[in-house]
Design a protein around this ligand. Structure first.
Ligand SMILES: Cc1ncc(COP(=O)(O)O)c(C=O)c1O
Length: 390
């Protein structure tokens, strides 16, 4: 089996016949580069693990507690990322979006507030609204090389006595920022000083190009006690449809508050096919090799996009993604910037995510998912070029 980097798109238009929302959302003549799925096939070892689970007739209710998957996930968080000291009692299996909703509801009462750094992945915003909490936006600001930075002065001024939670995203969707240790230390200091809770979505944590990625809960034992971290295999191993993830916290009482919200609504054991897939993803050398190859492909695509922007779209404000496979383009200098994704879908036949769904700070931006085959990326860039000339 060849690794994904050696593939050209297998006639990418045929993908319209598949089940994927990414490929079925637009008309057939549009190249979809919106929702965060990769166009690449999953690692064969993952597909085989799922198939084996079925052929071995192991689809019954699974054991709970200290399972091989729980142990493997927690061991990987400790050994690869320095997030140590967690055992299965510090973990709940749940994919990330339900985790955002559950934590927003568990940690606030209606009218209390949650502060976020915007622009931000839309489901955070939805989770806050659905919890009937007040959202407090602290817009990110462009620093050196156009990279986003957290405006800590504005953050101080934004929160109120009603603020209970800071929701965080690292690596950050949509910008691809990987927050540096010094920045995380300031966030942690802020959270501790104001006695907030910290919910950190770290789903893209193994899609890092310019690292290191540092889990914020690893900064100090004090911040670990106030943090819930969400992660999973969905982005790294391209298994979003398996709906599996994990919520971890060193503070078991905090997890109990979440459990009180999810009890009876979210299964306490993971789906068994997803369990087999995630275990294969993090315990086999084949999946490791796949992961390395995919990271190389993504980095090459990112670099190609960066060069293209500098050559063909100089009016675009953009900073290369340090992680994720998402690129965040500020297109406010173009005449079509009011509804940029609609315009580019109609005129360039490329389907991007409109910045408006990432809070007001996202207006006039588009998010481009570059997790595709190089030849598909080239075709998309050729289609976009006339509109970005300025
Ligand atoms: C930051 C972030 N969190 C959560 C999700 C979705 O997570 P899940 O599929 O585990 O619910 C995504 C998907 O794009 C994401 O980018």
């Amino acid at each position: 089996m060849t690794t994904p980097t050696t593939h050209h798109a297998p006639d990418w238009r045929r993908a319209y016949d598949l089940h994927s929302v990414k490929w079925n959302h637009h008309d057939r003549d549009v190249i979809p580069m919106w929702v965060a799925d990769m166009d690449l096939p999953v690692a064969p070892v993952i597909a085989e693990a799922i198939a084996r689970r079925v052929t071995d007739h192991r689809l019954s209710y699974p054991v709970r507690g200290r399972t091989p998957l729980a142990e493997a996930v927690l061991a990987r968080l400790a050994s690869r990322h320095g997030l140590a000291g967690l055992d299965h009692e510090h973990a709940l299996f749940m994919s990330c979006v339900p985790g955002l909703h559950a934590t927003a509801r568990a940690l606030t009462t209606p009218g209390e507030a949650i502060v976020v750094q915007t622009p931000l992945y839309g489901p955070f915003l939805d989770a806050i609204t659905t919890a009937r909490a007040t959202r407090q936006d602290n817009p990110l600001v462009r620093g050196a090389d156009h990279q986003y930075e957290i405006d800590f002065d504005h953050l101080e001024a934004t929160i109120t006595p009603a603020t209970r939670v800071l929701m965080f995203c690292n690596p950050h969707n949509p910008s691809g920022r990987v927050w540096r240790r010094a920045e995380l230390e300031k966030v942690a200091e802020f959270v501790l000083r104001h006695r907030l809770w910290l919910v950190s979505d770290e789903l893209h944590n193994e899609l890092v190009h310019d690292g290191p990625y540092v889990p914020i809960a690893s900064i100090s034992p004090e911040i670990a006690q106030r943090t819930i971290t969400l992660t999973g295999p969905a982005k790294t191993f391209n298994t979003a449809g398996l709906s599996i993830g994990i919520m971890v916290s060193h503070n078991r009482h905090l997890l109990d508050r979440v459990r009180a919200v999810t009890h009876g609504l979210v299964q306490e054991h993971p789906n068994v096919a997803a369990e087999a897939a995630w275990l294969a993803a993090i315990t086999t050398p084949e999946a490791d090799t796949w992961h390395r190859d995919v990271l190389a492909l993504l980095r090459a695509n990112r670099d190609r996009l960066t060069a293209w922007i500098s050559d063909h779209a100089p009016q675009t404000r953009y900073a290369p993604s340090q992680g994720t496979y998402l690129a965040w383009l500020d297109v406010r200098s173009y005449p079509w910037s009011e509804h940029p994704a609609d315009y580019l879908k109609e005129r360039a036949k490329v389907g991007l995510s409109d910045g408006s769904s990432f809070a007001p700070a996202g207006l006039g931006h588009v998010r481009l998912n570059f997790a595709t085959y190089p030849d598909v990326l080239e075709e998309a860039l050729a289609r976009l070029a006339p509109h970005f000339k300025g």
